[in-house]
Design a protein around this ligand. Structure first.
Ligand code: ATP
Ligand code: MG
Length: 748
């Protein structure tokens, strides 16, 4: 649990303290009509998490009241997802369909109380009679039926005497209620359909609004937690439970914001379309945001749990950047998994002066990862390197192998190019090279300087594997339909070469393929004859980027130390700083950048004396200040000014986006950040009265998108927020805008 309590936990604690409930009971109530996605993971974390945190119970309940779309296969997928995330449900899996007899009895009770009636208007008439937001509705003439007549009709509906749509059971509430949902909502409809559990026992099925609150009540649920789109249904929820005058305690509904992620879709209906249409290879396709997809791709449950924890629980819908999820899996695997070598696009190198073969004892983990383990890495005369790790006519700044520039083979020797072999078309097909016997990693006395280390495999010992690389499923951040699919979301590399250690490990193991990313043996298609690996996620910074930001690092006594790309051992002082930084909450990557550079770490520490925001400071220092130091002879600002800038960000005076802009000005002109913000009028706008007109304008200008949003494309939420932020020149407070846009779009 994160330290600050969310509003749901606050409510739960209140209710325990006041004695409203003795034990907390929650439930996760999916409809088994598709595989669960990461939005469900959020709901699972909330419901099971709250039960765990307050020693209560969380039921896994199938909301199986719609016979035509449901299937046992989806029940299994839901159970699997909950288990995989590490949660366990109480005694058994619950099914709303088990309550059909009870729910029916409650319906009879409502009729007997004169609070429900059988209506015989058709669907269209019902809609028409309901009225509009501006106009009150009219009550159906059938609402005047006597209790006896209603009881008789309801019984005959149940007995199958009528066709679908001939009658419905409705609650008698208020046809002019401001909340349209309260205008005599439907409780039961006739559906002559086979149900996957109750078979043909029933031909009437309770509506969500009737079945859900009663299922909660029957199970003794205390907190019925659902997503914001059910906010207006809360009145019915309360009405049904109150109208029946049930013995207390009864449950109450609480809503939280649905999770949306960019570049994907998050609705079972849309996912079903992708699966059934063959746009992806099944529900567990690693490109899908389904739990089964993430699991197969190689995500860990921990990474998903961390993600759900990080995004928090809010009352306003918002779009989460998929990069945040990718960060979570990378962050989890970074310290955990062994690093090995795999060549995806092989170029053969023949080392002319090397004879025989040897096995190198190579560590699985870099110096700064507190794990141990190594493997035997075979080295021989013929190796494969990555095709783009050699360039005949390199641009400036290319650090890898060229006809004149040697390179280090990771864990092994330094290599010099001797000859480039080409085919008749001029394509490079082989490199003839020489190795330097005295340059072995860890015992390098050659004195030869290299600018980077590349990965390689011994041609004779390498194993052939298939590698599947995944790109985003959609090419736009708020996809609307199939036309937005990314046609290149899957790349299959049939012949990649991996070092033998990878194959001898158990299949259910994740690896970092050095410089490529994190990979997982595909749990479905992997066989000994044809091993298949999925790319889970790439490394944060490409190799090229790392080489750019860290070139000054080996300025210490690293001369005699072996230079291996980015993994130069830290000296004592650097290591001490690294420890301090990571324990104070900085992530390993940033801590690494700061600790290896004295100037940066001094700057970071000086700033920390002024303002206690280690993470914000570290980010600015490791990125922005570092960039300035690289390009400018001297800085036009000091630690105090950076601290002032962060202070304004922390207090919400400026947005983080504006902070970037202020930093640029500071760096160029040397002006004080407080002065820049004041004189340029950059203060963040949080006043709803100023923001509302901006929102109205965006809504008025985009009627098409409003319609699409209302028709269910909730991905467009981010679009509206983005436009408002843009129109405010980046000054609007994003969380206030989020809230206001939600009010505009959802509540009315
Ligand atoms: P979908 O629209 O994807 O079909 P749903 O809401 O119809 O989703 P259910 O199976 O009814 O799916 O949902 C089970 C639970 O999961 C509900 O309580 C629902 O509120 C929650 N849930 C579904 N999608 C999300 C999401 N994107 N973020 C958070 N919770 C979600
Ligand atoms: Mg649904």
């Amino acid at each position: 649990m994160s330290e600050s309590k969310d509003f749901l936990r606050t409510k739960v604690e209140e209710d325990l303290k006041s004695g409203k409930y003795q034990t907390i009971m929650t439930r996760f109530p999916p409809e088994p009509n598709g595989f669960p996605h990461i939005g469900h993971a959020k709901s699972i974390c909330i419901n099971f998490g709250i039960a765990r945190d307050y020693a209560g119970q969380c039921n896994l309940r199938m909301d199986d009241t719609n016979p035509t779309t449901e299937d046992m296969r989806y029940v299994e997928a839901l159970k699997d997802a909950v288990n995989w995330l590490g949660f366990t449900w109480a005694d058994k899996v619950y099914f709303a369909s088990d309550y059909f007899p009870k729910i029916y009895d409650y319906a009879v009770q409502l009729v007997n109380m004169g609070k429900a009636y059988v209506d015989s208007l058709n669907e269209e008439e019902i809609r028409e009679y309901r009225g509009t937001v501006k106009e009150a509705g009219r009550r159906s003439i059938f609402a005047q039926r006597s209790i006896e007549e209603n009881l008789d009709l309801l019984e005959r509906m149940k007995n199958g005497e009528f066709k679908d749509g001939e009658h419905v059971l409705r609650a008698k509430i208020d046809m002019s209620a401001a909340n349209m949902k309260m205008r005599d909502p439907l409780l039961y409809r006739i559906r002559h359909a086979h149900h996957f559990r109750t078979n043909d026992t029933w031909c009437i099925y309770p509506m969500y609004d009737f079945a859900h609150c009663l299922s909660d009540y029957i199970e003794g649920i205390t907190h019925s937690i659902c997503t914001l789109e059910f906010e207006n249904n809360r009145d019915i929820y309360d009405w049904v439970l109150d109208a029946l005058e049930l013995t207390p305690p009864r449950p109450y509904q609480h809503e939280f914001a649905r999770l949306g992620i960019n570049y994907t879709v998050m609705s079972k209906r849309k996912l079903l379309e992708l699966v059934n249409g063959g746009y992806v290879h099944g529900w567990d396709d690693p490109r899908l945001p389904t739990i089964a997809g993430y699991k197969r791709r190689g995500y860990t449950p921990e990474s998903i749990l961390n993600f759900c924890d990080q995004i928090g629980i809010a009352k306003a819908n918002s779009m989460v950047d998929v990069a945040q999820l990718e960060f979570c899996i990378r962050d989890d695997l970074n310290q955990k998994v062994p690093r090995v070598m795999c060549v995806l696009d092989p170029l053969k190198v023949v080392i002319e002066n090397y004879e025989g073969e040897e096995e190198i004892d190579a560590s699985y983990y870099p110096y700064d990862v507190p794990k141990e383990g190594s493997r035997k890495l075979p080295f021989a005369k013929e190796i494969y390197i990555e095709r783009d790790d050699f360039m005949e006519n390199p641009p400036e700044g290319y650090y890898r192998l060229t006809p004149t520039q040697p390179v280090r083979l990771k864990h092994a020797y330094i290599l010099t190019c001797k000859e480039v072999v080409k085919d008749a078309n001029g394509n490079i097909i082989e490199i003839k090279a020489l190795y330097h016997p005295d340059s072995k990693s860890g015992a390098d006395t050659s004195g030869i300087k290299t600018k980077s280390a590349i990965h390689w495999v011994s041609a004779k010992h390498a194993k052939k594997i298939e590698v599947r690389l995944y790109e985003r499923l959609y090419k736009v951040d708020a996809p609307e339909g199939l036309e937005d699919l990314n046609p290149d979301s899957l790349h299959v590399i049939p012949n990649a070469f991996v070092e033998p250690a990878v194959i001898s490990e158990k299949p259910d193991v994740r690896f970092q393929f050095e410089r490529q990313g994190y990979f997982y043996a595909d749990p479905v298609d992997y066989t000994d004859a044809k091993p298949v690996f999925n790319k889970i996620v790439g490394l944060k910074d490409s190799w090229a980027k790392k080489a750019e930001t860290l070139p000054q690092a080996p300025k210490t006594e690293a001369k005699k130390a072996h230079v291996e790309g980015d993994v130069i051992p830290m000296n004592k002082a650097e290591l001490a700083r690294f420890e301090t930084y990571t324990t104070s909450g900085l992530n390993a990557e940033i801590a690494n950048t700061l600790s290896r550079d004295e100037q940066l770490s001094d700057f970071y520490e000086a700033t920390l004396l002024h303002v206690k925001s280690p993470i914000s400071i570290a980010n600015i220092v490791a990125n922005d200040v570092a960039r300035e130091l690289k390009h400018e002879a001297s800085l036009k600002f000091g630690a105090k000014e950076v601290a002032q800038l962060i202070g304004m960000m922390d207090e919400g005076v400026i947005s983080s986006k504006i902070a970037k802009q202020v930093f640029e000005t500071m760096a160029q002109t040397g002006e004080n950040p407080l002065y820049i913000v004041e004189s340029q009028g950059l203060k963040q706008i949080s006043d709803p009265e100023i923001l509302k007109p901006l929102i109205d304008e965006v809504i008025a200008k985009n009627p098409d998108n409003v319609a699409k949003y209302k028709a269910g494309n909730t991905n467009l939420f981010g679009f509206f927020v983005g436009q408002v932020l843009k129109n405010s020149g980046g000054k609007a407070n994003p969380s206030v805008v989020n809230e206001l846009v939600t009010q505009k779009l959802i509540q009315r």
